[in-house]
Design a protein around this ligand. Sequence first.
Ligand SMILES: O=C(O)/C=C/C(=O)CC(=O)CC(=O)O
Ligand SMILES: [Ca+2]
Ligand SMILES: [Mg+2]
Length: 438
Amino acid sequence: MTGLNETHDPALRSWVASANEPAGDFPIQNLPFGIFRRRGAGEPWRGGVAIGNQVLDLAAVARIAPFEGMAGRALQSASADRLNGLMALGPAAWSQLRLALSRALRQGAKEQPLLENCLVPQAQAEHEVPALVGDYTDFYTSIHHATNIGRQFRPDNPLLPNYKWVPIGYHGRSSSLGISGEAFARPQGQTMAPGAARPAVGPSRRLDIELELGIWIGAGNARGEPIPIDRAEEHVFGISLLNDWSARDIQAWEYQPLGPFLSKSFATTLSPWIVTLEALEPFRAPLERPDGDPSPLQYLDSPQVRSRGAFDIALQVELQTARMGQAGIPAASISTTNYRHAYWTAAQLVAHHTVNGCNLRPGDLFGSGTLSGPTLAQAAALIELTEAGKHPVQLPGGETRTWLEDGDTVTLRGRCERAGAARIGFGPCTGTVLPARG
Ligand SMILES: O=C(O)/C=C/C(=O)CC(=O)CC(=O)O
Ligand SMILES: [Ca+2]
Ligand SMILES: [Mg+2]
């Protein structure tokens, strides 16, 4: 079974010329959704779609060239100041809107003269978190991350015995979700130095990143009604990049027995564009699960999940220090990994989250968990890359890093490439660390 349709045809070209450049993130086969406005113009927030180096203003399209039927209703919903309404409509409406947008943005489309007036250059746009996030749950789906970080926190017992049975997660904090381009103050908190008699409070000295994907829930479920694994993907609107900034010294002291709390709730940065599951369809991959590992329990298992439940998304972390920036040295890549190494798929996370009857709501957000791959070069957090300080990262210009310093800027990137498909990308997810507030 394949969900490929005319919107995936790699031969499609757009009348927006920049969408046809081969190395771009936003060709006509992508069409990710976000919330934007022109910077500094006092405009309302509204939905937009990235196309080449432009944003197609969906509120403007709804006013001057509305679509018909279900696509038209979806377009109306996407004109609001957040995408929760569009997300609530479900996959048939998302798909109809994507098809209508794909047809209207193609070379030769009769809509071109009207839609040319609905473009805003991305360079002039600012973004907001694309939905009001009621609940944010952070998972732990990379067995490589769980093993590596477990070795730091629990040397005798790195991978806990539940890992291969339960998709582990904790309830995160939605109020401090922010959008790419943000800067935030280094968190303060309580830490216990090795050998100290009592803890101290002060700025974190072990500030880290976590390269994750954000999985956006579309239509929700009624309380008490679990989502079966075979319907789970119908509840996923799409995926963006997510940096779960983590204060490891605060975490090490606070996390037992209830899990991370203030070590991760001060900031979590998202990329502005949500790449839909439909756009990701050409990049499906089989679930990676070593021979001999237990089969998932029935509510987490299906032939579809095993054969094509994973996604081949190449991911990268870049770091630029303030000094590199001043010297004109571009950001350096410090890690490359791929979402296909995840132990649990997005569908399994949805089925697991709802198995107890918990209701998900449109705009809820899941963090995939830190997406480390099998090798050290694929580690997706500094605590793993540097083995907690044993091997600092070497940067061009001569600096090294074990943990983040004030003025450091971290950028996450994601892209999908496969023979026979158009390359698509996620756009950057950037954040900068400011000094702690006094
Ligand atoms: O192994 C631990 O005790 C903690 C690991 C994490 O830092 C939790 C987390 O945020 C989940 C993840 O990103 O995979
Ligand atoms: Ca995390
Ligand atoms: Mg966080």
